[in-house]
Every structure is written in C-alpha cells, then in structure tokens.
Design a protein around this ligand. Structure first.
Ligand code: HEC
Length: 148
C-alpha cells in the first residue's frame, strides 16, 4: 500500500510499467484495464485479452501450488481468497520477492519470480484474472474472450 512509485516499478517490471503508462490515452475509445482501478473487463461472462492471458499464465506458473482456478491446494493458499484481503502492491511484491512462512507444520515457501519474465511481464494480467475470480465475476475453467 505504501510502496513508493519506484519500488512498484521495480516490483512490476520496469519495462512493462513504462509500456503500460505509454499506451494509456484518456481519449481512447476502447476500454483499458488498470491494476488499481479496473484490473479486468468482463462482459456477459467473457473477458478481455489481458484477463484471458492471466488465466493462461496462472495455469502455467502458479496452479501447481495454488490449485486450478486459484482455489488453493494442499501446499499453497487459495488466491481467490487471498485477493479479498491483499491489494495489487502486496500481490506484486509477494511474487517478485517470494514469501516464507515458518509454522509448526514446517516451512512452506512461495518462490520469488523476480527474474522470471514469463511471470513478471504479465503480472497485471495474472492479477486481473485472479481478481475477477475473487470478485466472483468469472467461473472456474477457461474463460471466453470478448470478440472485437
Ligand atoms: C512452489 C509452489 C508455489 C508456486 C509455483 C507459486 N506459489 Fe504463491 N505461494 C506458495 C506458498 C507456499 C505460499 C504461502 C506462503 C506464506 O504464506 O508464507 C504462497 C503465497 C502466495 C501469495 C500470498 C498469499 C497471501 O494470502 O498472502 C501470493 C499473492 C501468491 N503466492 C501468488 C502466486 C502467483 C501469482 C504464482 C504464479 C506466478 C505463485 N504464487 C506460484 C507457493 C507457491
């Protein structure tokens, strides 16, 4: 929440952030997403390209631990639940740096994806997908894309 702008840029991947900033024009006719104000677009149960991409990225990099459709597994918590409580900055920071919990049942570790471009470049898409799931806007399974 209180991360400085620079930290946020570092966490989200500088290249992507600048790209995103450079392509958002207020007068654009097309709707655009923004991780803070509008992380996803859902129309009639169908999703924008970024959210669809987030679905794919999530299921290639995260679901082995966090379960299909973000529902959680025996190893890692449900991100559908987590995103009701953590904001975008916390989400991005956790993925960039990882997180380790020490408990009575041993140690479960969230690995750092800070150097994994397949994740860091698409962190906004992954967030959008999981946020849409968390908000109950899309069901389990592969979402359909909005036709342009
Ligand atoms: C190797 C297994 C593993 C993979 C792969 C993995 N995670 Fe995690 N993740 C964990 C574990 C375990 C935790 C819980 C760590 C803790 O609470 O200390 C966690 C925690 C998190 C949290 C914090 C949840 C909370 O409520 O605080 C987020 C956000 C998260 N992971 C996102 C992701 C995303 C996005 C991906 C894919 C890019 C991913 N994780 C891939 C194991 C994994």
């Amino acid at each position: 929440m209180n991360l400085s702008f620079l930290t946020r840029v570092a966490a989200a991947g500088a290249a992507f952030f600048l790209l995103a900033a450079g392509t958002s024009h207020a007068q654009d006719a097309e709707e655009t997403t923004d991780p803070y104000d509008k992380p996803y677009i859902v129309e009639d149960g169908k999703v924008d390209q970024g959210t669809y991409n987030g679905y794919r990225r999530y299921h290639s990099s995260c679901h082995v631990c966090h379960g299909p459709d973000g529902l959680g597994g025996s190893f890692a918590p449900s991100l559908v639940e987590s995103l009701k409580f953590i904001d975008y900055d916390k989400f991005a920071e956790t993925i960039a740096n990882g997180k380790a919990e020490k408990g009575s049942s041993g140690q479960r570790v969230m690995p750092s994806f800070g150097t994994d471009q397949n994740v860091m470049l698409y962190i906004n898409d992954i967030y959008g997908y999981l946020k849409a799931r968390s908000d109950g806007k899309i069901d389990r399974g592969r979402p359909e894309r909005i036709k342009k």
